[in-house]
Design a protein around this ligand. Structure first.
Ligand SMILES: CC(C)(COP(=O)(O)OP(=O)(O)OC[C@H]1O[C@@H](n2cnc3c(N)ncnc32)[C@H](O)[C@@H]1OP(=O)(O)O)[C@@H](O)C(=O)NCCC(=O)NCCS
Length: 213
């Protein structure tokens, strides 16, 4: 079992680190080795007592010694970094809170970050590098595309499909059977009652597409 290195050293990365530490203590899951950050001035700094080891050059040199979690909130940036790391040959771990609840019949992809009090129900498939924020929930038969992000308290009801890189804002919800296209952002508190195409921003109750993105 290889230790975990977290790419990123900001607020989201610290939250993810705490999940990794908790899962290590409670369930014997992999321990945390440190953080990566491409800003040279951050190298050697300590975050939650763990070292910022370096940036991509460190990653390339030590690839085989750890599993990576890309803890960057922005979906596109997270994908860019994960794709680059994958090209170099990186392998990915995940941060799964012992306080989250999973059906025995769900699948979670590599690189996932699953926060406390998340619920994932039966026959749900969660893609790679997805973030499920604290108190978010996914009901039966949903599909969540790679690099998507359910912000805190967001809710997918049954049979919802999200494309890749979708963001569902804090406390927003999607009613049953609806689909949200790739790269779309659903604003905080919105209620999605119709399918949404890709690459739009939708806000309000019911959610309506805002001009431009
Ligand atoms: C939808 C969102 C992405 C829009 O961001 P933005 O493009 O920067 O929008 P702005 O703040 O410039 O606001 C533009 C307009 O949309 C409205 N608006 C923004 N967010 C809204 C929301 N969630 N619901 C309803 N209206 C919203 C603003 O009031 C403003 O209206 P106006 O043009 O009539 O003045 C953002 O407001 C949002 O809700 N993000 C969710 C963030 C979140 O949950 N983060 C959690 C991270 S853990």
């Amino acid at each position: 079992m290889k230790p975990i290195v977290i790419y990123g050293s900001g607020g989201h990365a610290r939250e993810v680190a705490e999940i990794v530490m908790h899962a290590h203590q409670e369930q014997g899951r992999p321990s945390l080795l440190g953080f990566l950050d491409d800003r040279p001035e951050r190298k050697g700094e300590r975050v939650l007592g763990y070292e910022v080891l370096g940036g991509f050059s460190w990653l390339e040199e030590h690839l085989r010694e750890f599993d990576l979690i890309v803890a960057i909130g922005d979906n596109s940036v997270r994908q860019r970094i994960a794709d680059r790391a994958l090209e170099l040959g990186a392998t990915f771990g995940s941060a799964v809170s012992p306080l989250a609840h999973f059906s025995s019949a769900c699948q979670i992809g590599p690189g996932a970050m699953i926060f406390p009090r998340v619920t994932v129900s039966t026959n749900v498939v969660v893609g790679a590098h997805v973030i499920l924020g604290v108190h978010s929930s996914i009901s039966h038969d949903c599909r969540v595309g790679d690099f998507s992000f359910l912000c805190p308290g967001a809710r997918l009801t049954g049979n919802v499909t999200l494309g890749p890189r979708v963001m569902i804002g804090t406390n927003a919800c999607v009613i049953p059977g609806k689909a949200v296209g790739r790269g779309t952002i659903v604003g905080a508190g919105a209620v999605v009652v119709d399918d949404l195409q890709g690459d739009v921003v939708a806000v309000g109750v019911p959610a309506r597409v805002k001009a431009g993105k």
